[in-house]
Design a protein around this ligand. Structure first.
Ligand SMILES: [Zn+2]
Length: 373
């Protein structure tokens, strides 16, 4: 497989562009683009024996070769038991190089940018995706602009600046930031390294499930509980399950239960109402800043993916998130509030019937505003 054989295809109208076009959405209908011309060949447990302990161990399932000078050993984060719940396992993804699971997708985007000879890339983010892209861009020697909401945590903004990114703090909502980024993305020669729009990102996040499958000895749990805002982890998880099933490495799909913050829940509202597209909701603000996404661009794909697994989209209140955040910290796991939403949903009984469960701890608590104790 070569990059030249890959293309970007609009799911809505079928329009295609070469991968190297740097297109970030469909030129004809503004639909989202998916990767075309790539067939993953997931390695077996036997194939994997003795390989290096980064996500690049799944190389036959990834659309680009390991970028030897860019990788920081991302992936293969530990599984740990959850406090007081024997059936629940937590995956400690905040131990990634920049402190969040977003490194899984960011390394794919920057590897692609380096292969295409891009001189400048840009990203927009509520914080973690931007810091991940900025870190790998720094490592690749590619200039990087990051657009973030003005109220993004000081820890994340400081981290972005430390990586040498040009930080653009945009007043207003997360959607205002996305609009400012989309405007800048239209400039010639700019690679919009978007964790939402570029399909390479989801091929990185899918390694979360590949690792769970391998770490559980070639099995997946009954239920994957995942936070959902723009849905990069849900879509990556769904893609991984489909690839593992197709390869005969698993016998059935796990349920995917996706968790939103009650203060910003367009997908939960659509799920409850039986709608195929995200509901038109306002944002009341939430402590779970990483998933406060009122208009997820891949919302229809997320809803279809969750429904296909027999799963659900559920909500938790800020009060439940704060309590879950504190409970995790008291068991030694210091994550950002957004990363506590899955634990909050499990504790609230929103995941029943759960069976065996794996949930991620997505982002480090060291990056967020300290909680009020
Ligand atoms: Zn289209």
């Amino acid at each position: 497989m070569t990059l030249e054989s890959l293309s970007l295809r609009c799911g809505a109208c079928g329009h295609t562009e070469p991968l190297r076009s740097l297109a970030w959405r469909c030129a004809k209908c503004h639909g989202v683009l998916d990767l075309d011309g790539f067939a993953a060949a997931p390695p077996s447990l036997t194939d994997l024996a003795g390989r290096g302990t980064s996500l690049w161990r799944y190389r036959e399932a990834l659309p680009i070769a390991e970028p030897g000078d860019i990788t920081m050993g991302e992936g293969m984060t530990p599984l740990v038991g959850a406090p007081g719940r024997p059936g629940v396992t937590l995956k400690v993804d905040h131990l990634m190089p920049t402190g969040s699971f977003k490194d899984r997708g960011a390394v794919m985007l920057v590897a692609l940018a380096a292969r295409l000879g891009v001189a400048r890339l840009m990203a927009d983010s509520s914080g973690n995706a931007g810091t991940a892209v900025a870190a790998y861009a720094a490592r690749a020697g590619i200039a990087c602009d990051v657009y973030v909401p003005a109220d993004t945590s000081a820890g994340k903004v400081g981290q972005l600046r430390a990586y040498g990114a040009a930080v653009h703090q945009i007043p207003g909502s997360r959607e205002d930031t996305a609009r400012a980024a989309a405007l800048a993305a239209g400039e010639p020669g700019v690679f919009y390294a978007s964790h939402v729009y570029h399909p390479f990102f989801v091929h990185g996040t899918k390694t979360y499930v590949y690792e769970v499958w391998e770490q559980l000895g070639g099995r997946l749990p009954d239920t994957l509980v995942l936070p959902v805002g723009n849905g990069t982890l849900v879509l990556g998880a769904h893609l991984a399950c489909a690839e593992l099933l197709e390869a005969g490495h698993i016998g059935r799909f796990p349920r995917i239960v996706a968790v939103q913050a009650a203060g910003c829940a367009p997908l939960a509202a659509a799920f409850a109402g039986g709608s195929p597209v995200p509901a038109n909701v306002g944002t009341q603000g939430t402590v779970a800043e990483g998933i406060a996404i009122a208009r997820p661009a891949r919302g229809a794909q997320i809803l279809a993916a969750v429904r296909a697994t027999g799963g659900a989209v559920v909500t938790v209140t800020d009060e439940q998130v704060r309590a879950a955040h504190a409970a995790l910290a008291r068991s030694g796991l210091y994550v950002e509030p957004t990363s506590a939403v899955c634990w909050a949903a499990i504790e609230a009984g929103e995941v029943e019937p759960a069976g065996t469960v794996v949930a991620p701890l997505c982002g480090s608590g060291l990056k967020s505003k300290p909680p009020v104790m």
